[in-house]
Design a protein around this ligand. Structure first.
Ligand SMILES: Cc1cc2nc3c(=O)[nH]c(=O)nc-3n(C[C@H](O)[C@H](O)[C@H](O)COP(=O)(O)O)c2cc1C
Length: 243
């Protein structure tokens, strides 16, 4: 019987472990640290900017009540909060039908205006920081786009981005009466984190004019972003003495 010999692995004699790091290694590290310092210089300004960006995206669609969106832009003007406007083609038509403004005059109220087809605009990306977005008024068509995520233009894409970034999205839908599809879409967007705020006047504020009604609704929407516009006649908890 042949004796099996254990084959030894062909190992080379290992060099004795160095007690201290080689001087060549230290030099390499020093070189790479110097390179890194050159490539990534210390920031000239603090990296963290505070407070969070003060930008609000405003969407105006072709539903009735474009005056709400216009008043929102007017309220933001000079407030220190930048308005970033996108409006649909039907919104431009409704502006002409319902108000004394031209679409150009409405656009001039905003700090920044984006073409509806410019899907590469800043507001189409979540990396562009904002406080959130208000769609005011919001048509049933745009509501459906947001509810399904089938975002066919910059307005619904910006709303979709607002939702995915878990920022505040306030939709002011205008339609009546509602069919079940409308109601289901409102439920869907609510489940996704949006706030549905229909423009329903609060008569406790005792509005005297249409302007009072519009201001109250716009002010309550701004409340949802933590912005006190001064437009809201607030309930002070003191009813009339004879009640
Ligand atoms: C004067 C006018 C008023 C309208 N009012 C409403 C409305 O209150 N609600 C609604 O959902 N659509 C309304 N529409 C229809 C929308 O403009 C239409 O559905 C359009 O496709 C919406 O597109 P958009 O969401 O891209 O703006 C109105 C249209 C016009 C011309």
């Amino acid at each position: 019987m042949a004796r099996r010999t254990k084959s030894k692995p062909n190992r080379k004699k290992s060099a004795p472990a160095a007690a201290t790091p080689k001087p060549a290694m230290t030099t390499a590290r020093r070189k790479s640290a110097a390179l890194l310092a050159k490539a990534v210089p210390p920031p000239a300004k603090p990296i963290v900017r505070a407070p969070a960006q003060r930008r609000l995206v405003v969407g105006i669609t072709g539903a009735s009540g474009v005056i709400y969106g216009i008043r929102l832009l007017e309220s933001l003007k000079g407030s220190g909060i930048e308005s970033h406007l996108v409006l649909t083609r039907p919104a431009e038509m409704t502006i002409v039908y319902e108000t004394a403004y031209t679409p150009q005059q409405v656009k001039a109220l905003a700090d920044k205006v984006y073409p509806i087809a410019d899907i590469g605009a800043a507001i189409a990306s979540g990396s562009f920081q904002t406080l959130g977005m208000a769609v005011m008024p919001c048509s049933m068509k745009t509501l459906a786009e947001i509810a399904t995520g089938v975002t066919g233009n910059l307005l619904s894409r910006a709303a979709d981005v607002t939702l995915k970034e878990r920022r505040r999205l306030v939709l002011v839908p205008r339609e009546t009466p509602l069919h079940l599809g409308h109601i289901r879409n409102m439920a869907s967007v609510t489940e996704m984190g949006a706030i549905v705020a229909p423009p329903m006047p609060g008569f406790y504020a005792q509005p005297q004019t249409l302007d009072d009604v519009i201001n109250h609704t716009v002010g309550r929407v701004l409340d949802l972003f933590g912005i006190d516009s001064g437009l809201v006649k607030r309930w002070n908890g003191k009813p009339r003495k004879d009640v």
